[in-house]
Design a protein around this ligand. Structure first.
Ligand SMILES: [Zn+2]
Length: 382
């Protein structure tokens, strides 16, 4: 049996941000909390949103990897202003933070008890406060995803998963991504591509998600280099935003070893690493590791992405990384080999580990980390 859940109302397209006031009204929010970050304050976008919502309060100190303490700080603002819903504006971090606030606004602390690996899925009820998510990157798919990744006080980065954490409404306006710098366009786009590829290869039964993921992989593959080269290309930005949304709609089927490792690496206190960059780096190695375990799916992926049957997907992913300037290995990003044991232990415990199509052992994870330690592996084909 499979539980297949699609819940979010999605307003998609250029100019759809104009729907926000009516979205707030239809979700019965009177005093929403806007959750965002200082980067989006600097772009003027927070003011543009706040000007439409005179009763809104703001929490703008979302860290790049959202933490339990940031959730509690935003929760204090939410409660002090008697808020009744959240507008999450940004990339994955403000949206994940908003999910943590929406959860604790209606559920008793501590946060840890709701982590998926501690049986939290059963403890999260439909009482979760409503969220309207407005993504400003084409990447995480958090606007329609049921998971939030939050780092607890002791440094563990854990997944909080529930259909009740899915935002009630998403406003996906590709205009908001037009100013995204090339490096961020590449890293977030490759995160989205990794969602589509990992979800598609996950062994769980969900053919609906597979069809969405295949379509999303093709859209991202065809448009990422264009949007990287010309950030103002609205058709390419629109396709990327749709591909990221499709990744988010489908990853309820489960991710895999790319995300098990990137969640672990993203939980390091130092260095602070970007989720999308990590996934970009790890994807060729994991695709190579999984290639004999996914049967015809490799052919289907290549067909959906417009690759020749004879091409090697891991090699093609590596070549795309090079074109997008993603060339640094883990060492150059600040990771030390002495951190590998900690990373591997957390990857084995991560919720994405179980849905990799080929069971990965601690030694397999060490081999993957070694393969991307010094630099991008120079693939020579298979
Ligand atoms: Zn991701």
């Amino acid at each position: 049996m499979a539980r297949i859940t699609y819940l979010t109302a999605i307003d998609f397209g250029s100019g759809s941000i104009a729907e926000l006031p009516s979205a707030v009204a239809s979700n019965k929010m009177v005093r929403p909390l806007i959750v965002s970050d200082q980067g989006l304050v600097a772009t003027g976008l927070v003011k543009r949103i706040a000007d439409q919502l005179p009763n809104a309060t703001q929490f703008l100190d979302t860290p790049s990897n959202p933490t339990e303490s940031a959730v509690l700080a935003a929760l204090a603002t939410y409660k002090a202003n008697d808020c009744d819903g959240i507008i999450a504006l940004g990339g994955g971090s403000p949206i994940d933070l908003a999910k943590g606030v929406a959860l604790l606004a209606t559920h008793p602390e501590p946060l840890e008890q709701y982590a998926a690996i501690y049986g939290g899925i059963e403890r999260i009820t439909a009482d979760v406060a409503p969220i309207i998510a407005i993504p400003t990157t084409a990447g995480t798919g958090a606007e329609v995803g049921r998971a939030a990744l939050l780092t607890l006080h002791d440094g563990r980065k854990l997944g909080f998963i529930s259909p009740h954490l899915i935002p009630r409404q998403a406003i996906c306006d590709p205009d908001l991504t037009l100013g995204l710098p090339p490096g961020l366009t590449a890293a977030t786009g490759l995160d989205a591509l990794s969602h589509c590829i990992e979800t598609y290869c996950s062994p769980r039964f969900n053919p609906v998600a597979e069809a969405i993921a295949l379509d999303g992989a093709g859209r991202i593959w065809r448009n990422l280099l264009t949007a990287f080269t010309d950030g103002g290309d609205l058709p390419a930005r629109t396709e990327l935003m749709l591909g990221a949304l499709q990744g988010g709609l489908s990853f309820q089927k489960g991710l895999g070893a790319v995300h098990a490792l990137s969640h672990a690496l993203g939980g390091l206190a130092e260095p602070k690493l970007h989720h999308g960059t990590l996934n970009a780096l790890l994807m060729p190695v994991v695709v190579r590791f999984n290639s004999d375990a996914v049967g015809e799916k490799m052919h289907n992926l290549k067909r959906a992405m417009g690759l020749d049957e004879k091409e090697d997907l891991a090699q093609a992913l590596n070549n795309l990384n090079m074109k997008l300037g993603i060339t640094k290995g883990l060492h150059a990003l600040g990771v030390q080999r002495s951190q590998f044991d900690w990373i591997i232990e957390r990857a084995m415990a991560d919720h994405s580990h179980a849905t990799n199509p080929r069971a990965a052992t601690p030694d397999d994870y060490r081999t993957m980390l070694e393969a991307v330690f010094e630099s991008q592996p120079q693939e020579t084909g298979k």
